[in-house]
Design a protein around this ligand. Structure first.
Ligand code: FRU
Length: 326
């Protein structure tokens, strides 16, 4: 016997095609398992803002009590999110922002802070002298805009370090493989590449390697995911010099959503912290995240056991009823 859902949460995801988004979803599902009264649906907009708008309209038609949304691009997705909010449906913005103040709560990193921290770290790593290239996330997405703003702000305070070139990407590695070689050939004396995520940073490394520059050019990424293809491993393997931690925030998003739905107090801005992961702390980060992963797996196993016991109990109850009726 399943309890009828009391709350319907719709999650409009800009893409679900990478490990960072999948970690976000895994975090949400883990947290959701504590709230059996919730029905949760995700729609994947596959990096398409028009599709995302359409999917949010579908949510409105189907009926939702709260929307969680990561806006693919800031401008095009803002009006429909405002409409949801104006209909009295709470909106939790997760990671990628809109241009509007009309939302109930934000959960995610402070991307200007990520850029600032990266800029100061880079300047120190280069001993206050050097030429830097930046590989940006997709134009019109809030983390790319904010990371760039923070990065250039920080570099402005280190006059010996110059940003000599910028490359736009679509957040995915193939776009770096296609566009970075030409820019690197223009700036063969570049000392460091700051890439807006670790997938882009890996692409930058591959380009440097092809051009015979990988010994000299330093690389810094963002995300710092655990796991075999994650940023922590890239730092440990010396593929990149450092990455800025940027947490997916799936658990926190669900927790905030539940507080809103249950009319409990909540914060409008829920900022997740960042830190630099480099050779000095990568081992401890790796051990910590591995421990977390194994604890999460334990929780999942226990939840499965509980479900099995509940099912066994339910079928025994049925037997008792049948016997009593006989
Ligand atoms: C994942 C991702 C991350 C990045 C974030 C920015 O889809 O590209 O790598 O930090 O989105 O929104």
């Amino acid at each position: 016997q399943k309890a009828t859902p009391t709350y319907r949460i719709g999650f409009s995801q800009c893409t679900n095609g990478d490990a960072w988004r999948q970690a976000m979803l895994a975090g949400m599902n883990k947290e959701l398992s504590f709230y059996p009264e919730v029905s949760f649906r995700m729609k994947d907009a596959k990096y398409n803002s028009a599709l995302q708008e359409q999917q949010i309209k579908e949510f409105l038609k189907e009926g939702i009590d709260l929307l969680i949304v990561s806006a693919n691009e800031t401008e095009p997705v803002t009006p429909i999110i405002e409409e949801v909010y104006n209909r009295g449906i709470p909106v939790v913005i997760l990671d990628r922002r809109t241009t509007s103040k009309l939302y109930t709560a934000y959960v995610g990193g402070n991307n200007e802070e990520v850029g600032l921290m990266a800029g100061n770290y880079v300047a120190n790593l280069l001993g206050q002298r050097g030429k830097v290239l930046e590989v940006l996330g997709a134009p019109g997405t809030s983390p790319a805009v904010d990371r760039h703003r923070g990065f250039t702000k920080a570099l402005a305070t280190h006059p010996g370090v110059q940003l000599v070139g910028e490359v736009n990407s679509n957040w995915e590695r193939p776009s770096v493989l296609a566009r970075l070689p030409a820019v690197l050939r223009q700036h063969p004396d570049a000392d460091l590449i700051f890439a807006h995520n670790d997938r882009l940073a890996l692409g930058a490394y591959q380009v440097c390697k092809q051009l015979g520059l990988s010994q000299r050019v330093k690389i810094v990424g963002v995300d710092g995911l655990p796991g075999i293809h994650g940023g922590i491993q890239l730092v440990q393997d010396g593929v990149i010099n450092a990455t800025l931690l940027y947490s997916p925030g799936g658990e926190e998003a669900i927790r905030t959503a539940m507080r809103i739905l249950r009319k409990q107090p909540y914060d409008k801005e829920n900022t997740l912290g960042t830190l630099v992961i480099d050779s000095t702390n990568v081992l401890i980060m790796k051990l910590q995240t591995e421990k977390l992963t194994s604890q999460q797996q334990d929780i999942q196993r226990q939840q499965q056991l509980l479900r099995q016991q509940r099912d066994t109990y339910a079928s025994q109850q049925t037997v008792l009823y049948v016997l009593a009726a006989a």
